[in-house]
Design a protein around this ligand. Structure first.
Ligand SMILES: CC(C)(COP(=O)(O)OP(=O)(O)OC[C@H]1O[C@@H](n2cnc3c(N)ncnc32)[C@H](O)[C@@H]1OP(=O)(O)O)[C@@H](O)C(=O)NCCC(=O)NCCS
Length: 416
């Protein structure tokens, strides 16, 4: 009985009310705050690639969601990705499967558009895992004393950036996106509003007038009464080259007199190698004897909605150097149209979806884990070891493991 449709302009007042009640932390309470949110939402939808949908029962809106068109670097190939955010259900209509209906609509909509991959940030990972979304790479959050960063050259090339630099910042982000697996495009509104908040600082590394790296950051109070003690919170750290990385690290290190700690979250699993002292500062000792270095969490989650379609989209990608016909059988209880078997023949790593049934081995896996596997967030060997994937012939474990290995964990800095 729930009907999903694009939210007409006249319903944006109710839209904001539903969001305000679902996310009290957003502090949308007064008339002015509600008006501002309404303007922002209407502004966002005017930009291409953002859509607001409502779930209606008769003529009453009972749930809302925002959908986004993104592009993603998938191991060197560029593929479209559908994103979902701002999911909210009217307090009076919770647990009536409205969210389920909206997510189903989300999947169907992108499936119709030949998009094979979806992404979201979960309010609760288990809620969306049940719906077939798999974990992306762990986010590592460091709390770094500036002086523990290495002494590197290049600081003199670091400049403050301003609104007039937005175009080059976006271009630099685009270059980085093409270099790094997992990176996705951002919403237009991010670039439009980047400098709206005067607390947001942006520094960039410029070499021969070309921007090849930048950091977006804010300061944060680090002490209740001592206002001189502040942290830097990094929102985004982009670098196209070793030189840009070196220069921006030098900038951060040089803040050691003023800045208590630098808070930095990254899916780069090797970042700690750069630190002189990797301890996070709280002196926690983990068993049997390990110094706490950072905290970790699951952020972005991915979902494949069309297994054969994804392999067709990735025809140019080389899955290792393996030659093998693999039957991939996925279970997908939330979206049964996606469940079933696909035979993919890899010739020296190049995939081709086969119409025949002949295969060398078959793997069976849930769609959530397959989504983590194909994005390189997890490897096959571990899924098999933990009983999360099965294989018809154990002799092929190593081959399948090689097929799905990607050198680096997927990075995702896109917020939605
Ligand atoms: C989180 C929120 C959106 C959930 O909305 P809801 O309409 O109450 O959720 P639903 O009733 O659709 O619950 C999901 C249902 O999907 C169904 N479902 C999940 N996986 C399924 C599967 N694999 N197969 C079949 N059905 C499945 C289940 O029936 C589940 O209901 P249950 O938990 O009662 O068993 C809502 O509580 C809310 O607005 N919260 C505040 C804002 C928020 O945190 N939003 C999320 C941002 S990502």
């Amino acid at each position: 009985m729930t009907r999903i449709k694009k939210i007409p302009r006249k319903d944006y007042g109710i839209f904001v009310d539903i969001v305000a009640n679902a996310y009290p932390g957003m502090q949308i309470n007064t008339r002015e705050e509600k008006e501002r949110s309404k303007r922002m939402l209407l502004g966002a939808v005017r930009r291409s690639g953002t859509y607001h949908f409502g779930a209606y029962q008769k003529d009453t809106m009972v749930g809302v969601m925002a959908l986004y068109d993104f592009m993603m670097n998938m191991a060197g190939s560029t593929i479209p990705v559908g994103g979902i955010g701002l999911v909210a259900v009217d307090l009076l209509h919770k647990k009536e499967k409205i969210c389920r209906d909206m997510v189903t609509y989300f999947i169907n909509r992108y499936h119709r558009q030949n998009v094979r991959m979806l992404a979201l940030y979960p309010f609760r990972p288990d809620f969306y895992k049940k719906m077939g979304f798999g974990y992306g790479a762990l986010l590592n959050q460091y709390s770094i004393r500036p002086g523990d960063l290495p002494q590197t050259p290049g600081k003199t090339n670091v400049r403050f950036l301003h609104k007039r630099d937005t175009r080059s910042i976006k271009a630099c982000h685009g270059h980085f996106l093409r270099q790094r697996h997992g990176m996705m495009t951002d919403r237009e509104t991010k670039w439009l509003h980047l400098f709206d908040n005067p607390k947001t600082k942006v520094v960039g590394y410029k070499d021969r007038r070309m921007l090849s790296g930048y950091i977006i950051f804010t300061f944060r109070k680090a002490h209740e009464t001592n206002w001189i003690k502040n942290d830097i919170v990094i929102r985004e750290f982009i670098y196209e080259s070793r030189e840009a990385f070196s220069g921006l690290i030098a900038f951060l290190r040089s803040q050691s007199d003023q800045v208590n700690r630098i808070i930095y979250g990254t899916q780069d699993e090797h970042f700690h190698y750069i630190l002189q002292d990797i301890r996070s500062g709280n002196d926690n000792l983990l068993l049997p004897l390990a110094h706490e270095s950072h905290s970790q969490g699951i952020g972005v989650m991915y979902r494949v909605i069309d297994v054969p379609g994804l392999f067709r989209d990735l025809a140019a990608h080389r899955f290792g150097t393996v030659t093998l016909c693999l039957k991939i059988t996925v279970t997908d209880s939330f979206y049964p149209a996606n469940a079933g078997s696909t035979v993919v023949c890899f010739t020296d790593g190049r995939p081709s979806v086969s119409k025949g049934k002949r295969c060398d081995a078959e793997i069976t896996i849930d769609i959530s884990d397959f989504s983590s596997l194909i994005t390189g967030a997890v490897d096959f060997r571990h899924l098999y070891r933990f009983g999360l994937a099965e294989i018809s012939n154990e002799q092929y474990i190593q081959h399948v493991d090689q097929l799905f290995r990607i050198d680096e964990k997927p990075l995702c800095m896109t917020q939605f």
